[in-house]
Design a binder for this molecule. Structure first.
Ligand code: GDG
Length: 484
């Protein structure tokens, strides 16, 4: 019986080596893990990825233990050393591909050593996949760390059906053409039978690069490539709607004694400020998320509309991310400084305009934040999709609340009922914030209902299901070649 092999940079498991050398393994609860659950559970399906522990951290005994433990979760670990992690992950993936694909040319490094490491590590992933693959199997590869993997597998096992999904934006041809190893990267991706993107725009940009760089024949969303047809399509990723909605419902009916410390603080704030509006933002501390823009726009808002002083508070959760990459360290310094400056300038004895949390929070606290906030202010300068925007909507069980969303987030393509803004336009953000604060509840509810209906229908499970259906369909259509 054929199976599906899922491949991603990290396994969907948190693996921690405790001080006494024992292992603590907890399954990840993120969106991707949820969406892939049914694909992974089916038959002999396995998930291939890095465990998060380097070879230097694990002696042969521990390595054996890790392998046995992940096997129980139907996972297989790819072994990476410190050098790989430094050059492939922090290097090429996060200093070259991540900034380039998010249009941050000025942050993009083109280092040959790191490119070589990227190729080597993609080969390491391929070797593990090839050890477990049988003719007729499906492989579903995820994200920008593994762009070369489809070809490495296809060359050795032409009878496997390979899908690839990119979780970040695919940039326009004018950006992509600057990449020194552009042909190899495209050919790596074209090893897949189906290439999926979050939006039609990313799909379009990819096809344009293929046409102009490789000069391949493209008809609609099909590419003639050697003796194969590669299909390209968009699959906007959804969320586990019920998980967020149900958690919010339980939360609303919570016994006061069960409330978290954070929720008590939020409640106090609501009482002590006579219902001042709460504006929420949640993101990894990443330069693509538009955090400084948001803070400057909030400062501009307080200056332009002083009537809202003491009447509005921004709660900003910034989750630590890639903190050994210099640009992320700079962003942290800039953010700390901006928050300090704004709070210093506007705070009164009874009011601090920004509550800033630089940490990761447990799921329950995320729900506290989502359900207590009147407005979500999500302003990335580029974002493949942005699931936070969708999660906020799912938790609005009373159908109130307003979502302000950057038009540069993939999610904006499906969320027209949000208030869409250009993240670089301070005035527009400030005016939209005022509009959101003053929006009548009937209008909030009208917009929220439509957004919720759509999210409820196109969940992350549905996303995975549609992708797999399209992947299986490529097997049948394989023989129907596009005329050249
Ligand atoms: C990439 C793309 C694309 C956040 N803080 C905490 C926490 N989170 C959870 C959120 C949400 C997820 O992390 C973040 O997802 P996003 O989609 O917003 O952003 P990226 O991490 O950049 O993800 C993005 C995504 O891949 C999927 O394809 O949408 O465009 O960049 O689910 O809830 N979860 C917990 N504590 C936190 O403090 N528990």
């Amino acid at each position: 019986m054929s199976k599906t092999i899922i491949v991603s940079n990290r396994l969907p498991l948190q693996i921690k080596l405790e001080n006494d050398n024992s292992l603590k393994i907890t399954p990840s609860v993120g969106g991707l893990a949820t969406g892939m659950k049914s694909v992974h559970a089916e038959g002999n399906g396995i998930w291939v990825g890095w465990s998060g522990l380097t070879e230097e951290e694990t002696d042969s005994f521990t390595k054996k233990k890790v392998n046995e433990a992940v096997k129980k979760e139907k996972c297989v670990a790819v072994s990476l050393n410190e050098q790989d992690v430094e050059n492939f992950y922090f290097g090429f993936s996060n200093k070259t591909l991540w900034p380039l694909f998010h249009y941050f040319m000025e942050y993009t490094e083109f280092e040959k050593d790191q490119w070589e490491s990227y190729q080597e590590v993609n080969q390491k992933f391929a070797d593990v996949v090839l050890e477990h693959i049988e003719d007729g199997d499906n492989v579903w590869v995820h994200d920008y760390q593994l762009l070369l993997l489809p070809k490495l597998i296809k060359d050795k096992k032409p009878n496997t059906t390979i899908g690839f999904f990119l979780h970040i934006p695919y940039p326009s041809y004018e950006i992509f053409r600057t990449f020194p190893w552009r042909e190899q990267l495209l050919e790596g991706m074209l090893g897949a039978d189906l290439l999926g993107f979050h939006t039609y725009d990313y799909e379009r940009h990819f096809l344009s690069s293929v046409k102009r760089i490789l000069r391949l024949d493209v008809k609609f969303n099909k590419i003639n490539y050697h003796d194969r047809v590669v299909t390209v399509d968009s699959f906007p990723m959804g969320i586990d709607y019920n998980k967020f909605h149900d958690a919010a419902l339980t939360h609303t009916n919570q016994n006061p004694k069960e409330k978290s410390e954070l929720q008590r603080r939020l409640d106090n704030h609501i009482q002590s400020t006579s219902n001042a509006k709460m504006v929420l933002s949640i993101d990894r501390l990443d330069y693509t998320k538009g955090i400084p823009n948001r803070l400057r726009a909030f400062e501009y808002f307080l200056n332009k509309y002083p009537q809202f002083k003491e009447k509005v508070r921004l709660i900003m959760l910034a989750v630590p991310s890639r903190s050994n990459v210099p640009q992320y360290q700079k962003l942290k310094r800039d953010t700390d400084e901006l928050v300090g400056r704004i709070n210093g300038e506007f705070a009164t004895v009874s009011w601090t305009p920004i509550w800033y949390f630089y940490r990761s929070m447990p799921f329950e606290n995320l729900i506290d934040l989502y359900t207590s906030s009147d407005i979500a202010l999500i302003t990335p300068v580029r974002d493949g999709m942005n699931l936070v925007a969708k999660e906020y909507v799912a938790t609005r069980t009373n159908e109130d609340g307003v979502l302000i969303l950057s038009e540069m987030a993939g999610a904006s393509k499906e969320m027209n009922e949000a208030l869409l803004i250009n993240p670089n336009n301070f005035e527009e953000i400030a005016d939209t914030l005022k509009q959101a604060i003053e929006m009548p509840t009937e209008e909030q509810s009208k917009r929220m209902k439509i957004l919720q209906k759509r999210l409820k229908r196109y969940t992350v499970e549905k996303w995975a299901d549609e992708f797999m259906k399209s992947l299986n369909a490529t097997k049948i259509k394989d023989t129907v070649m596009v005329s050249t």
